[in-house]
Design a protein. Structure first.
Length: 491
């Protein structure tokens, strides 16, 4: 089957640029209609690269040095299955799930590299009065999560070792969710306060999360293999944190309070807020044009640390200038002072954080679509996040790629902070992450720009970005030279 792939391994070549090296390059001829995604098997130290065109799906298996071990090919499912919605993996078994537009028809595509077996199975889902919340893979298990309309009932369709989807119903009616006005309401109504469709932004630990993604006020976290955590920032008074155990499906709801403010205090009646969860700690931001609060608590609501900055003061817990990016990390300029920074971010505040060697790298700011940014005292926006500004939908589970391209057509405003394990401020320079180095490389690399203008529709389907063996790897198809290249970036 390998000869059907139309590629020949050329060479292994190394060089350093922004702590970056090319670890693999091979000839590859692909159809115009194509997309890529990868599955990382850390236990076996393997990476499976799936290449999809209009006729077939090809799975190429690499070892940890990115030497090609073998490959399998299968016909692409019929047209009713228009996109890949997830995958699952168990030992030598890999399942790729394709979904119809309404998700009532699922195609489970099976690959086994040990036996060379390939097969497909059709699955029908009733989805009666259900709305899809999220499709994701956690700990190599695929979940399709729905909510029953006008209720607090969630349904989980979970992959098993045979590629089937088993249904699990979780009734959360005993929990008291709050709507945007702080009144008790069912979960469905809470999730559709501001939108007709319930939607959560996935956050994983594959790469430092962008402010563009963390601007979303409804998030789902997949850090833990044993629980799924939902956060809701639909009010400025508190963050609602829903934890569901993925083993026994018990649930817990906590309301983590934001700092209290009196009516008219700090020069404005209107505050906006958001949050970010990491290592079972929650970072909350609450701000208007005159004051900024940052609060860190545990998931029981016990406060660990709180910071406050006024508009006419320096932010003494930041480690960088105020920056404004417009369509790329290299297109950056400084914002003069705290007053101008708060005036720009207060309508849609965002906070994100990642842990590197025991230090919490934290970004505070905002992200808005360029087409909706307004001048003067702030920024207006409609439809923040992936999908806005003409962004092309990407494969469901490529969180790191989604993270990477989330900056497209965005104005991103931020400052960087460093905190220790107890969230005390740490002085020092903010180092560039492997993720930032990948962003810089993509914006600077001449070969990629000769092949395709950066962040056009055609580059979305050709990029993969994934964490493996503590390094970050970027895959890109150079359509000019008909080569697929994999690059490595380190911290």
């Amino acid at each position: 089957m390998a000869k059907k792939l139309l590629f020949i391994l050329l060479f292994l070549n190394n060089y350093i640029s922004f702590s970056q090296e090319i670890v693999k390059e091979f000839d590859l001829v692909m159809e115009k209609k194509r997309d890529f995604f990868q599955v990382v098997n850390e236990n076996k130290k393997e990476v499976i690269l799936f290449l999809n065109d209009k006729e077939k799906v090809t799975a190429i298996r690499f070892d940890e040095k990115f030497e090609i071990k073998d490959s399998l090919s299968s016909a692409r499912p019929e047209k009713i299955y228009d996109e890949i919605i997830g995958y699952s993996q168990n030992e030598n078994d890999y399942f790729v799930f394709w979904g119809s537009e309404d998700r009532k028809k699922i195609n489970s595509q099976y690959f086994n590299f040990a036996t060379k077996e390939i097969k497909t199975t059709s699955i029908s889902l009733d989805l009666k009065k259900e709305k899809i919340i999220k499709e994701l893979t956690i700990n190599n298990v695929f979940y399709l999560i729905t909510i029953v309309k006008n209720t607090s009932i969630l349904k989980f369709y979970i992959s098993d070792n045979k590629g089937n989807l088993n249904e699990k119903t979780v009734d959360l009616s005993h929990l008291e969710f709050k709507n945007m006005y702080g009144n008790p309401e069912n979960l469905y109504t809470v999730l559709t306060d501001e939108s007709s469709e319930p939607s959560f932004q996935k956050v994983a630990n594959d790469s430092p999360p962008s402010l563009a993604l963390s601007t979303k006020r409804y998030k789902i976290y997949t850090y833990s293999p044993n629980e799924i955590i939902f956060t809701m920032d639909n009010t400025t008074n508190a963050t609602q944190v829903l934890r569901i155990n993925s083993q026994d499906f018990t649930s817990e709801l906590k309301s983590i309070a934001q700092p209290k403010t009196q009516r008219g205090e700090y020069g404005s009646l209107i505050f906006k807020s958001n949050s970010f969860l990491i290592d079972n700690k929650i970072l909350q931001i609450k701000t208007n044009a005159f004051v900024l609060f940052i609060t860190i608590s545990d998931l029981n609501g016990n406060k660990i640390k709180e910071y406050k900055a006024l508009h006419d003061q320096e932010i003494d817990f930041k480690n960088s200038d105020f920056f404004q990016e417009s369509d790329g990390i290299l297109n950056q300029k400084n914002i003069e002072n705290t007053e101008k920074f708060l005036r720009k971010i207060h309508n849609f505040p965002s906070i994100s954080c990642y842990n590197l060697n025991g230090i919490y790298y934290t970004a505070i700011g905002s992200s808005v679509d360029k087409s909706h940014a307004s001048g003067g005292g702030g920024m207006g926006v409609s439809g923040i996040g992936v999908g806005a500004g003409g962004m092309v939908p990407i494969y469901y589970g490529s969180y790191t790629v989604e993270n990477l391209i989330s900056y497209t057509d965005k104005i991103v405003l931020y400052t960087n902070c460093l905190f220790d394990s107890n969230f005390n401020h740490v002085k020092g320079e903010v180092k560039k992450s492997a993720f930032d180095k990948a962003r810089i490389f993509l914006e600077e690399d001449k070969n990629i720009h000769e092949s395709v203008s950066f962040f056009t529709k055609s580059i979305y389907k050709d990029l993969i970005l994934f964490k493996f063996n503590k390094s970050l790897y970027l895959g890109n198809y150079n359509k000019t030279n008909k080569k697929y290249q994999i690059f490595s970036f380190t911290e």
